[in-house]
Ligand binder design. Structure first.
Ligand SMILES: Cc1cc2nc3c(=O)[nH]c(=O)nc-3n(C[C@H](O)[C@H](O)[C@H](O)COP(=O)(O)OP(=O)(O)OC[C@H]3O[C@@H](n4cnc5c(N)ncnc54)[C@H](O)[C@@H]3O)c2cc1C
Length: 399
């Protein structure tokens, strides 16, 4: 499968940023565990963080631009990549659920400008609702007198949570309907009643901020309900009548973003594979390069095979999403599942190939291993991806 000129140019341009800006800064921001504002500003100045970049990537009919760029950014550093792409989760939610007017109003506010940077956050997960997104407790109640929605609840593990300028919050409007009774709300900058709770200290992707978000009598105007009230009322009426549902608010967003998550895992895996390959050629033991031992060379052969298989699954799923080809066999989930697990395996093998050098912070492979692990957990754990694929291929409601 050949890339066209535009795709190659995009990939090489993003690679330049990853190599020259992200790689040298990666260790520092992993240690600092803070939002890397100077890197975000630099990315915004050259057009990697922002509306135009996202718009170009999502309008590529082949679907490849986004995953090509993400692979390069995560190759540069996964934590910094997440700091740059966290706002994209809110953007994806607004694109999946918002009206054209809402998209035009809110999406630019997730990025701001290089002189006035903004962040977006997408808040679904709660302390008692992780994989089971149907059991959200955060409530949204409509105040007819003021045409406002009132949000109450606690969200957890939220990327950019509490520091974002704009949060998209998924809440239950009618708890009896489970996932079908949920809706997504924009909480704009300056809204009272939204606050950051605990900030989490993480194993990996530490340049990306993750925190709780507490909603306490948080009032947003009626126009902040994504999709609008009429559409919500129709959807609720259909659910109450027992009619079959189409997509749910949160699931629609996750479905569209899975290949993009897989692409990031792929970037980390490629970084680790390349590093281990170079090391294996240079490191000598027993009078020969360690790569001359089949035990090491075969590991590298497996790593490269897994890497390429992951890329093909990611590209296929991204093309299917862009061309609106239905994921009849859970192909989106397959790409995220395989790439996430490949990244964990490949980064672990890289440590093994580096021996003691792989275990210390002078080499980046231990960081890549820590970074890779999140890709089997967030945006649907590996178990949940398998559940989706198993249900899709069997038609059986496997539990
Ligand atoms: C760094 C980070 C960033 C995140 N960013 C965001 C964000 O921006 N927005 C957001 O909304 N969320 C975010 N999350 C939350 C993330 O999506 C959840 O952690 C994830 O969905 C898993 O939920 P959980 O942690 O509650 O695990 P649980 O659902 O409690 O799962 C625990 C274990 O049980 C397994 N399990 C659960 N149910 C089943 C089942 N039916 N069958 C088989 N196995 C099952 C899981 O696979 C897992 O192994 C983030 C998390 C992290 C760590």
């Amino acid at each position: 499968m050949a890339l066209n000129d535009d795709q190659r140019t995009l990939r090489d341009w993003v690679h330049g940023f990853a190599e020259n800006v992200m790689r040298p800064a990666a260790h520092e921001w992993d240690e600092r565990e803070e939002t890397p504002w100077p890197i975000i500003r630099e990315a915004a100045t050259i057009g990697i963080y922002g509306l135009d970049f996202m718009a170009n990537a999502v309008t590529d009919p082949t679907g490849l631009s986004m995953v090509l760029a993400l692979e390069e950014l995560a190759w540069g550093d996964a934590g910094l990549c997440m700091a740059l792409m966290g706002s994209g989760l809110a953007v994806a939610a607004i694109m999946a659920n918002g009206t054209p007017d809402q998209q035009a109003e809110w999406i630019p506010q997730c990025y701001g400008t290089p002189d006035d940077l903004k962040l977006g956050a997408f808040a679904v997960t709660e302390p008692d609702a992780g994989s089971d997104v149907s059991s959200l407790r955060t409530r949204a109640t409509y105040d007819e007198a003021t045409d406002e929605w009132v949000l109450n609840g606690t969200k957890t593990w939220i990327t950019n949570g509490g520091i974002a300028n704009l949060h998209v919050v998924v809440a239950s409007v009618d708890p009896e309907l489970g996932a079908r009774g949920q809706a997504s709300f924009v909480v704009p900058e300056g809204t009272a009643g939204i606050a950051m709770g605990q900030k989490f200290q993480k194993m990996g992707i530490r340049a990306s901020h993750t925190a709780e978000v507490v909603l306490d009598e948080c009032r947003v105007p009626g126009r902040c309900l994504l999709g609008g009230k009429e559409r919500l009322d129709e959807r609720l009426a259909r659910a109450r009548s027992g009619a079959r549902s189409t997509a749910q608010a949160a699931m629609a967003t996750f479905e569209a973003t899975r290949p993009a998550v897989g692409a990031q895992a792929l970037g980390i895996a490629r970084a680790a594979y390349e590093y281990a390959l170079d090391y294996a050629k240079e490191r000598h033991q027993f009078g020969r390069a360690i790569i001359e031992n089949q035990a090491i060379a075969f590991k590298l052969a497996d790593m490269k095979t897994r890497l390429d298989a992951a890329r093909l699954l990611v590209w296929r799923a991204s093309w299917m999403a862009a061309s609106r080809t239905p994921f009849e066999n859970g192909e989106g989930s397959m790409s995220k599942l395989f790439a996430g697990e490949a990244a964990v395996r490949i980064t672990e093998e890289s440590i093994q190939i580096l021996g003691g050098s792989g275990y210390v912070r002078e080499h980046p492979v231990e960081r890549w291993y820590r970074d890779a692990k999140i890709y089997t957990i967030f945006e649907g754990t590996s178990e949940i991806q398998r559940l989706i694929i198993a249900r899709a291929i069997s038609g059986v409601h496997i539990r």
